[in-house]
Design a protein around this ligand. Structure first.
Ligand SMILES: Cc1cc2nc3c(=O)[nH]c(=O)nc-3n(C[C@H](O)[C@H](O)[C@H](O)COP(=O)(O)O)c2cc1C
Length: 213
């Protein structure tokens, strides 16, 4: 398990949860990483190109990131001063409180495991990742999901090399059902993810300048 030192501490989180709402123009993306290796590196490249982003890691994400060339210390460094690394430490998913404090304009779940997508689809919120999606919905914060099971055949990066996988009908159906959720965009590849994110940021910036003029 990763060194605790790389993560936002409970005390820092408590301070943030009591802070005033930031001005709308200072809101950022909350990016949730799950234990999916499929397009993990490509998703991280897009996340880390943002000027400010907070990464929320499922327990499985913490485990697999080093297998894909991202030890937690390196990820912390790549985020720099403009990003936070939040981990799943407790049952109640305390970091989701940041959604209630106006810190984020968008929640991105990328890449999303079959497991987390399945839980989201039936409305479960018993992990940090599923809670972020559920609470984003309840706060009417738009969500972009890069589901790893959207095609009948996928070629994916495993730690030992590339493998071909055949998502099951249930996995494909779950990704499809998520498309019907309120304020949720499901994407199927890194190009679609980047495009959906660009569109959402444009929309948010437009709303910010309209409200300030
Ligand atoms: C190296 C590695 C790669 C994995 N890649 C995937 C993947 O691409 N898609 C997936 O659904 N699960 C993948 N898994 C399995 C998930 O990590 C596992 O189902 C985990 O329980 C998901 O937890 P989470 O949804 O809370 O992150 C992978 C596991 C390992 C060890």
């Amino acid at each position: 398990m990763a060194e605790k030192a790389h993560f936002t501490t409970e005390q820092e989180l408590a301070t943030l949860l009591q802070a005033d709402f930031p001005p709308p123009a200072e809101r950022r993306c909350a990016w949730v990483l799950t234990g999916s290796g499929h397009f993990l590196r490509e998703s991280l490249d897009i996340a880390l190109a943002l000027p400010a982003v907070d990464l929320f890691l499922s327990r499985a994400a913490e485990e697999i990131l080093p297998m894909y060339g991202w030890p937690l210390g390196q990820l912390r460094q790549a985020l720099g001063a403009n990003g936070r690394l939040l981990r799943e430490t407790n049952y109640s998913s305390a970091p989701v409180g940041l959604l209630y404090r106006g810190r984020y304009h968008t929640v991105v779940l990328a890449p999303a495991t079959s497991n987390t997508v399945a839980k989201c689809v039936v409305g479960l919120s018993d992990t940090l990742a599923t809670n972020m999606v559920a609470q984003a919905g309840k706060c009417r914060i738009p969500c972009i999901v890069f589901a790893c099971d959207t095609e009948p055949v996928v070629v994916t990066d495993a730690p030992g090399g590339r493998v071909v996988l055949y998502p099951r009908r249930i996995d494909l159906e779950n990704s499809e059902r998520l498309r019907g959720f309120e304020a949720t965009t499901v994407v199927a590849n890194p190009a679609e993810l980047a495009a959906a994110l660009r569109a959402r940021i444009r929309e948010w910036e437009g709303a910010c300048s309209a409200s300030s003029s």
